[in-house]
Design a protein around this ligand. Sequence first.
Ligand code: M6R
Length: 610
Amino acid sequence: MCGIVGYVGHSNATGIIIEGLKKLEYRGYDSSGIALCTKEKELIVRKKKGRIANLEELIGDENLYGNLGIGHTRWATHGAPSDVNAHPHTDASGRIAVVHNGIIENYQILREELENEHGIQFKSESDTEVIAQLIGLYYDGDLEEAVFKATERMRGAYGIGVICVNEPDRMVAVRKDSPLIVGLGKGCNFIASDIPALLKHVRQIYLIENNEMVVLNANEVKIYNGDRQPVSREVFNVNWEDEAAEKGGYDHFMLKEIHEQPQVIKDTLAGRIDENGEIAIDSIHMSKEEIESFNRIYIVACGTAYHAGLVGKFAIEKLAGVGVEVDVASEFRYRDPFIDEKTLFIAISQSGETLDTLAALREAKAKGARIMSIVNVVGSSVARESDDVLYTWAGPEIAVASTKAYTTQLICMYLLGLYMGRKKGVIADDVYRRYVDELEAAPDRIREILKGEKHIETLARKLYRRNNVFFIGRGYDAAVSYEASLKLKEISYINSFATAAGELKHGTIALIEQDTLVIAIATQQRLFEKMLSNIQEVKTRGAYVLGIAKADSTEMDQQAEDVIYIPQCMDEVSPLLSIVPLQILAYYIAKLRGCDIDKPKNLAKSVTVE
Ligand code: M6R
């Protein structure tokens, strides 16, 4: 979590850094701060609890000026959100300032050593202050050297940016298990945790690898590996438009991203189905023999990406004829799963930086598994550490609540199932064609659903005061229930719970009482009657039922108080459609409850801590 930005050049760094931080606020937003080096070798630090707007208010009319600066937006781990725990942190002499994204695992030992053996007095509870104090301790006129010595002592994850008043023309940055990029400008250079922070200024970037150190001035960027040997790096050209990271007239990024789904699904399919309707995925290099040799597939991910994996399990098992297990990444790595060279490990991650997912991937890799990933952020850690990558072309997803990343992850899951099944020769031609047609039809069908937004908003007005909501479904619909429930709870703070509809009677039904809202997803033909029975079970206990059903399911009208219909589609691809009205419903309910939709409390977009 946390976002860092740094600038070195000939302009005033203040505005550039604050604008960049605003683009990274999705990474954490409980405090923010900025440090500038002036030509007079003065270090200016301003930091404030709360949103970046609070920092701007603090700075007010102050004319802060420096051509070198670093900034930070925080998601608290060590030390509560407060002015004093906000970054940048400085060393005891006040010459050095540090911003940090990650966690220093041995900070307590280092802190005790600095306090007891060197008499250093700490100002904050943050683990990051240890970095600043260590660099200060080792500083002897060469910032690069001091940062190197400090990192040799640090354990954990860090992307750091460091400046020193004695060297007002250069910045040092290091990456270990936390994202870091360098933006290459004309007469200026930048560092950042993520691309949107720099889009206004640069299109050319370096993706910094693990354990690398970067030394930047206005005209030059030098990258060193962990042995301090210079390394050369290819320039990565970013082809996003700046507007891709803007709201484009929508009230919230979440709504904009919901509306982008038809287009990004199209983009994710583009180039992967050739003119003959054959799946052609350039980025996957698996032979028929390799695919046949897999005796175990794990899909591992967190949150929404995990929910995409639940749908992926159904799709791959059906299409490729091989058993699939889906695991929450934080559990997978500690349960000592059986893995060998016949295992295919599939990581799903929007950011590609989720630490739990990355750690599970490394565990699987060390045990010999083949690693494939489905990732949105190009060049992210998960992507780089995988043998094969299938990118979701969703573009930047800014809202903390994932929407377009989820539906494009589903597309990738179907593509992968078709790819593997086709190579193995286990899918009949007509079944294969039908799937391809259905995937290609999804964008238009989602457009149809989006046309019903007003109806869903009206339903939200009816339902937004509820305190408990239950989502039920069977098969693919159960998988969608989990995602729909997460969407609602994370942005509206309503206590919502999802369960396979058949499980209700084994406990959860005890919670159903007069007027309890139950959202029943019932798009699977072969399970429809069973769902109607489950709906009856909750209605008998007083539930108010909102049904999600396909356009021809007229029985739903008689069973449920309200219904949202989705267009006709093949049962197996219905998750692509059924989630969309529930994303919209969650959005409007949260809006009516006055919630901070794009930045829900206690959350952050990219979770780079365990
Ligand atoms: O970047 P990732 O896809 O790896 O993130 C995983 C989860 O943190 C993420 O999906 C989270 O659950 C969503 N923000 C929920 O909307």
